[in-house]
Each structure stands twice: as structure tokens, then as C-alpha cells.
Design a protein around this ligand. Structure first.
Ligand SMILES: CC(C)(COP(=O)(O)OP(=O)(O)OC[C@H]1O[C@@H](n2cnc3c(N)ncnc32)[C@H](O)[C@@H]1OP(=O)(O)O)[C@@H](O)C(=O)NCCC(=O)NCCS
Length: 206
């Protein structure tokens, strides 16, 4: 898509799912450890299936940044409607298989935040992540603007996303890129278990 030495930004293909999953689990460890439990390999397996489902049935495309044949950053962009029934069934099957029934209920409850249903004119950005050794080098900003181009190309008029109120680097990135706060959801549940009290919904008109 875009090539700026030494990084290449391109659309992900299905072979990239395992690497994207590992990046996402690493980048959101504080969120996923309490949800999926302590075993990292379990979390990566669940995330890989989740990303696969998003690509096949969720209306989501992913972008990746490659450096020396390694994926060092990624973002998901929802530009089409998802088949919620297929997504929900597939995710539930993966959760019960990997976590067992009680923990699967628990994970589903925590993962239901933030609540969101996409307006038709909006692309939705999710799981933006840059591996720690490549952070603060402008990759997050570049991926975000590549995600906006995907949204515009899909005929969307705006881009929306959620960020937790404690994620200062991400909030600064989004605000400096022109995103405005639209609303906040407060959850006692995620406040207690994930240390995330506020989920801020931001939107940028394209
Ligand atoms: C948030 C994240 C994607 C930013 O990616 P990045 O490549 O490090 O960000 P960039 O280098 O493109 O920086 C862009 C802007 O973000 C802000 N920013 C980035 N890192 C920051 C930090 N540690 N503290 C404060 N602001 C920061 C700045 O406004 C920066 O602009 P500037 O360089 O002109 O000051 C990255 O920190 C990350 O992967 N975090 C873990 C996962 C995550 O929280 N994702 C966001 C989910 S909503």
C-alpha cells in the first residue's frame, strides 16, 4: 500500500493472523490476562481465531507494518457489516474449547465492553498496536492514517474508535490526529477487573 523505508504498510493476508494475534496479546496484556487467565499461549490461540473470524465474517480488514519480514504493528478496520451470529458462535466455541465453560462466560461478559453498534457511515478502528521496540517512531500515526484511507475508500464519512480513559499515549495520538470525544461509558465491572473505568468513544469526520 505505502512504502517508506525501512517500513512497509500493507493489507494483511490470512497467513499474517498468528503474528497479528501475538502482537495484539502483547500490546493489550493488561486487558487480556484477567480475561483469558494467565496462560499466554491460550490467549494467542483465542485471539488468532477471533481475528480470523473478523476477517472472514466481521467486515474487518487488517493493515500491518512490516520491517525486515517481521510484522511490527497492526490495526483492524471495520468497513462492512459483520455477520454477528457467525462471529458470536465462532468466538463462543473457541472460548469454551480453550477456557472451559465457567471461564468462557466470564470472558464473554468482560469482552462485551465497550458496547457499540456501528453507524452505517462509519469505519471502526480497533486493536491498533505497535510492538514496544518500535513505539514512538511514528508507526501508530501512519497506521491510523492508512486506516482512515481504507474507510474513505469504502465510502465512509467518519472513523470511530474506543480508547480506555487511562491510555494516555493512545489518547494523545487520537486527539492530535483530529478525533473528538463523542461519549463515555463507565463500567464498574471493567473498572474493578481490568482497571478501566471509562471507555471513551472518539470520532473523526473524513
Ligand atoms: C498507542 C500506540 C499505538 C502508539 O503508537 P506509536 O507508534 O508509539 O505512536 P507514534 O510514534 O505514531 O506517536 C504518535 C503520537 O502519539 C502520542 N504518543 C505516542 N507515544 C506516547 C507516549 N508514550 N506518551 C504520550 N504520548 C504518546 C504522541 O501524541 C505522538 O505524537 P508526537 O510524536 O508528535 O508527539 C502504542 O503506544 C501501542 O501500541 N500501545 C499499546 C496498544 C494500545 O494501547 N493501542 C491503542 C488502543 S486504543
Amino acid at each position: 500500500m505505502t512504502a517508506v523505508e525501512p517500513f512497509t504498510i500493507r493489507l494483511a493476508n490470512s497467513g499474517d493472523d498468528p503474528e497479528i494475534a501475538a502482537l495484539v496479546v502483547e500490546g493489550f496484556l493488561e486487558k487480556f490476562r484477567p480475561v483469558f487467565g494467565g496462560r499466554g499461549d491460550n490467549s494467542v490461540r483465542i485471539m488468532e481465531k477471533w481475528i480470523q473470524l473478523e476477517h472472514v465474517s466481521g467486515g474487518v480488514q487488517s493493515l500491518v507494518v512490516e520491517s525486515a519480514n517481521e510484522i511490527v504493528a497492526s490495526v483492524g478496520v471495520r468497513t462492512a457489516e459483520s455477520r454477528e451470529d457467525v462471529m458470536a458462535r465462532g468466538l463462543w466455541r473457541t472460548l469454551t474449547r480453550n477456557l472451559g465453560l465457567p471461564r468462557a462466560f466470564w470472558a464473554t461478559t468482560l469482552l462485551s465492553y465497550p458496547r457499540y453498534s456501528a453507524p452505517r457511515d462509519e469505519a471502526y478502528v480497533e486493536r491498533l498496536v505497535v510492538t514496544p521496540e518500535f513505539q514512538s517512531a511514528g508507526l501508530g500515526r501512519r497506521l491510523l492514517s492508512a486506516a482512515e484511507i481504507l474507510g474513505r475508500d469504502a465510502g465512509k464519512k467518519a472513523v470511530g474508535l474506543h480508547v480506555s480513559g487511562v491510555n494516555v499515549p493512545a489518547l494523545q495520538l487520537y486527539e492530535s490526529a483530529g478525533y473528538n470525544e463523542i461519549s463515555r461509558q463507565r463500567s464498574l465491572m471493567t473498572s474493578y477487573f481490568l482497571n478501566i473505568k471509562d471507555w471513551i468513544y472518539l470520532r473523526k469526520t473524513l
